[in-house]
Design a protein around this ligand. Structure first.
Ligand SMILES: Nc1ncnc2c1ncn2[C@@H]1O[C@H](COP(=O)(O)OP(=O)(O)OP(=O)(O)O)[C@@H](O)[C@H]1O
Ligand SMILES: [Mg+2]
Length: 194
């Protein structure tokens, strides 16, 4: 299964989602984290804090991405994508069996999510992860309701936590692992239903 994490907008939680999901996935299956971001954020994170069962492949071009995802040596492949970089993002979406779109609360985020959804090939299942969420706010509740109203699946919500914001400077944080474990379950359901 190839899981692509994408949003054409930057700083929404793609790399954080990719790393946490890889750690959850690796509890059950050896997992490859394919880093297609030329900034190499995921590669650097894993270099600083290796995760048992997760290996990293850097693939900052369409060709490299193709060969990394062709390799069927692993049951689970998670692809982190750069912001912008339309060609790379499109390729990563084309190779995907399922797509996760991290997003945040707020009106300005919606258009970029819709642009990203429009790039997903027809029939590929996808869902949102609301990252860094202030779950007690009205804005958060309204955002979730709005996505439900338009029928866009929200696979999970990851609360805003200082320790998650620390990235590779800290161990993976239990609240994050818990939230991404629920995302993982929702993702498996989505895949089964497809
Ligand atoms: N649940 C969370 N709680 C607090 N901070 C978070 C959370 N998730 C992500 N962040 C922070 O938000 C910022 C953006 O996250 P991340 O780097 O994962 O986004 P990205 O979409 O990969 O960014 P880019 O587009 O630059 O690659 C980072 O500083 C990260 O630590
Ligand atoms: Mg990133």
């Amino acid at each position: 299964m190839i899981i692509t994490i994408a949003n054409v907008k930057g700083e929404v939680g793609k790399t954080t989602s990719a790393v946490y999901l890889a750690s959850v996935s690796a509890l059950h299956n050896p997992t490859i984290l394919v880093d297609s971001d030329p900034q190499r954020s995921a590669s650097e994170w894993l270099a600083e804090r290796p995760i048992d069962g997760v290996s990293v492949v850097t693939a900052p071009s369409v060709k490299a991405l193709q060969s990394a995802t062709d390799k069927a040596s692993c049951k689970i492949i998670i692809v982190d994508t750069p912001p912008g970089h339309e060609g790379l993002v499109r390729a990563a979406l084309e190779f995907a069996d399922v797509v996760i779109i991290p997003t945040r609360v707020g009106g300005v985020e919606v258009a970029r999510v819709q642009t990203t959804i429009a790039m997903i090939p027809n029939g590929t299942p996808f869902g949102l992860v609301i990252a860094s969420a202030r779950t007690w706010t009205r804005d958060f509740r309204e955002t979730v309701m709005a996505w439900n109203e338009v029928g866009t699946k929200v696979l999970g919500v990851v609360p805003e936590r200082v320790s998650i914001a620390s990235g590779p400077d800290a161990e993976l944080y239990p609240d994050g692992i818990e939230a991404y474990s629920l995302v993982w379950l929702a993702l498996e359901e989505l895949r089964k239903a497809a």
